[in-house]
Design a protein around this ligand. Sequence first.
Ligand SMILES: Cc1ncc(COP(=O)(O)O)c(C=O)c1O
Length: 422
Amino acid sequence: MVDVSRIATQEKSEAGEHLLPGKAGISADTVEEVARYLRQGNPLSIGDGSGIIERLEHRLEELLGIQNVLTCSSGTAALHSAYLALDLPTGSEVIAPVTTFHASVTPALQCGLSPVLVDVDPDNGNISPAALRAAITERTRCVVVTHNLGHPVELDEIAEICRTHGLRLIEDCSHAYLSTYRGRPVGTVGDVAVWSMQAAKTLVAGEGGFLATKDRAIFERACLAGHYRGRSEKQITDPRLRAFADTGLGLKYRLHPLAAVIAWSEAGHLVERVARRRRLLTRLSTRLTGIPGVQPPRVRDEVTMGGWFSYRPTLVPSGGCPAEDYERIVGALQEAGVPAHRPSIGSLDAMPLFTTPPPLDHAVATWRPRLCGPFDGARAYEKNRLSVTVTASDTLDRIEAYADAFADVMGERTGLPAGGGR
Ligand SMILES: Cc1ncc(COP(=O)(O)O)c(C=O)c1O
């Protein structure tokens, strides 16, 4: 059996960039940027969107091919701003995939909107266009999609459904930095797109997020939602909105300038990081393809994976995989040094916020989620799936060792010789 722990991780990327310890893979030059920012006495609160906030937003626009970027204190804040900016009538329904991080849709609850959860594609956990179509009612006004784990949704079909039914489309791109769909960057098809820059994401601010939209009116309303005074006075042209610039809509969603420095510096490494991660995970998938009983994540021909937020193969041993077998295989992989585990977050249909009226008068007044089960696609997607943690400091040697360990563990189970098609 290979001893994965003996294989060194790297402190330097292939481009020579020094990495700091920790999962996020922060670059050492980011420390210098933060120190320089502080040493120079730069502002620690920016109310008008200037300085490092403006520089970061321009860098994101160029990198991701997007327009009108508005940075926010988190991805959740950016999503809340997006829902507020769409200005939908109270009680409108927002259709969302049942398999996503809750914050893709929970901010809609704070806008008096009703989440409608629909089934997903069993291959990739993305919203199923058929389930989306079937859930539309006369109250539907919006669809939110998540490019789950970095795999773009069926954007052409979903955009067409939205056009036909007059629905707004939000793209949650938090997992999908630099992913493309039929050659187009994600985040450029919907009315508004949102990214998180939380510490586990491909682009890290620590805590932070941003939205982008082609529609200047949406940008201005989002700005008013969380960026009162300086920024609203400077960037809002609609006189009816500008009249409220002093308070905005009452929220404060500015990004911390130090988080902006971190994200600005890290953004300079994004393309190389994503390319490197893609090389490692593509190699892992190639190796796992040759091992009986393991199905690597499926990637459709018309997309490219960008950030590839988390690597999740499925165990498919012949004769099925009863629960105790799953635990035993994951345990054996861990013992062999593979950082494999059961994905920690389940789908939304099991979460109290979507099934039980919260015991708060203000929340319950407009609380009306609708669950369009059964969620056969979600159950099939989740079944026997496991997560393998691959970080910025992992090397190709480590990836080969993980694949060798999979081959050993699955070979023991099936009685087939180990090797995994190397
Ligand atoms: C798909 C998705 N959307 C939204 C969010 C929320 O972002 P944040 O944690 O920055 O508020 C996350 C965070 O994990 C996410 O994974």
